[in-house]
Design a protein around this ligand. Structure first.
Ligand code: XUL
Ligand code: CO
Length: 437
């Protein structure tokens, strides 16, 4: 097959002085930072849906993407051909992982049986290309939101048949993910939520979602899939309210339905901001529950109120993400998955390269900066000192659980007033971070 990107060779590291738009300035895959190569720290992943399937339409206009390799049909042949293009792209980029929805990679057929057959046929090519290139599957997922049958949701639909169809679809997607050696499997609750509470039995829907996830866990055990399941929080869009609205809501759901052992969270920047949080808040909340698994790296636009899924180029943001990930001890099964799309105006194939190179460089810089901040030690020392009243005396006794309100009353009656508070030094700390940027 002729190359899809004949004028573009492998993207190499050329260093910060380079002016070559098709070279990395910061991402040097083999460079060791804090004991691990950049490649192993960052575990970059390309998403199939945006990079190879997004036609770049918006609510006001048709798609603009020029993809000369695509014959515009929904045939299995075209889908197989697209796999070769995807692996050419990822290989040239040097991305070690990718992620897909079942319906991104293979066309939906007239029946479930035909859809399954299509998926199997394309998965064979995916496997071949994985073996040829060494590129691995970060996670697979099922598209439970595009087909009209899921208009009221999938696992939380009022229509039990939609639940059943979704179960069958996840079963197959999970089996294919397993067959392809996927490191994890993701659930993003596309339409698992509501448009109005007037027609919604919220409790019943949440119970169904809990049951659905248990069926998935049972099937995972049955087929011997050992990777984690991820839930990807998002508060809204396309629904008015999505049940997995943020990290805290997901963790509460997992605890309520006794699923904590089987799930971690996949935190996406633009979903965090739609929920009114920073991505660092979401990462830290997930981490505090021992449930941070992976990240969908992108960014929103401050002035547009929807999920714009832009490529992350903000060094400060990437630094914050990497500070949290390094604090956790680094990614294990998860990765930095670019759930991001080029703008509608960036319609040429080469824009896909510029976009990913920029995101990878931003995260490589974030990694280097975060590692330097940690190595410097002043930030963590400050935080540790800030809590020093808990290291001895009454603080240590409270933490060890040996005192109750009676002892606290005795203590304060004797002492009279609390020790003086120390400054939080926010501005000092913000300046400290800027020393490294
Ligand atoms: C949608 C979104 C999804 C998930 C996978 O906002 O982020 O693409 O990442 O279903
Ligand atoms: Co996502």
């Amino acid at each position: 097959m002729a190359q899809a990107f004949p004028d573009i060779g492998n993207i190499e590291y050329e260093g910060p002085q380079s002016k070559n738009p098709l070279a990395f300035k910061w991402y040097n895959s083999a460079e060791v930072i804090a004991g691990k190569t950049m490649k192993d720290h960052l575990r970059f992943s390309v998403v199939y849906w945006h990079t190879f399937r997004n036609a770049l339409s918006d609510p006001f206009g048709v798609g603009t993407a020029q993809r000369p390799w695509d014959d515009g049909t929904d045939s299995v042949e075209n889908a197989k051909n697209r796999v070769r293009v995807a692996f050419e792209f990822m290989g040239k980029l040097g991305a070690p992982f990718y992620a897909f929805h079942d319906r991104d990679v293979a066309p939906e057929g007239e029946t479930l049986a035909e859809s399954n057959k299509n998926l199997e046929a394309v998965a064979e090519v995916l496997k071949e290309e994985q073996e040829r290139t060494g590129i691995k599957l970060l996670w697979g997922t099922a598209c439970l939101f595009a087909n009209p049958r899921y208009m009221h949701g999938a696992a939380t639909s009022c229509n039990a048949d939609a639940f059943a169809y979704a179960g069958a679809q996840v079963k197959k997607a999970l089996e294919v993910t397993h067959e392809l050696g996927g490191a994890g499997y993701t659930f993003w609750g596309g339409r698992e939520g509501y448009m109005t509470l007037l027609n919604t039995d919220l409790k019943r829907e949440m119970d169904h979602l809990g049951q659905f996830m248990h069926m998935a866990v049972d099937h995972k055990k049955k087929i011997g899939f050992e990777g984690p399941f991820y839930i990807e929080p998002k508060p809204k869009e396309p629904t008015k309210h999505q049940y997995d609205s943020d990290a805290a809501a997901c963790i509460n759901f997992l605890r309520q339905y006794d699923l904590m052992d089987h799930f971690k969270l996949n935190i996406e920047t633009n979903h965090a901001t739609l929920a009114g949080h920073t991505v660092q808040h979401e990462l830290e909340t997930a981490m505090a529950a021992g449930a941070l698994g992976s990240i969908d790296a992108n960014t929103g636009d401050m002035l547009l109120g929807w999920d714009t899924d832009q490529f992350p180029t903000d060094i400060y943001l990437a630094t914050q993400c990497m500070l949290s990930l390094l604090k956790m001890g680094g990614l294990v099964t998860g990765g930095v998955n670019f759930d991001a799309k080029v703008r509608r105006e960036s319609f040429e194939p080469i824009d896909l390269f510029h976009a990913h190179i920029g995101g990878m460089d931003a995260f490589a810089r974030g990694l280097k900066i975060a590692a330097a901040i940690i190595e410097d030690g002043r930030l963590s020392q400050f935080v540790q000192n800030r809590y020093s009243s808990w290291d001895s005396g009454i603080g240590a006794r409270i933490e060890s659980g040996e005192v109750g309100f009676d002892e606290l009353e005795d203590y304060m009656l004797k002492k009279g007033e609390t020790d003086a508070n120390a400054s939080g030094r926010q501005e000092f700390l913000e300046n400290l971070i800027n020393e490294f940027i």
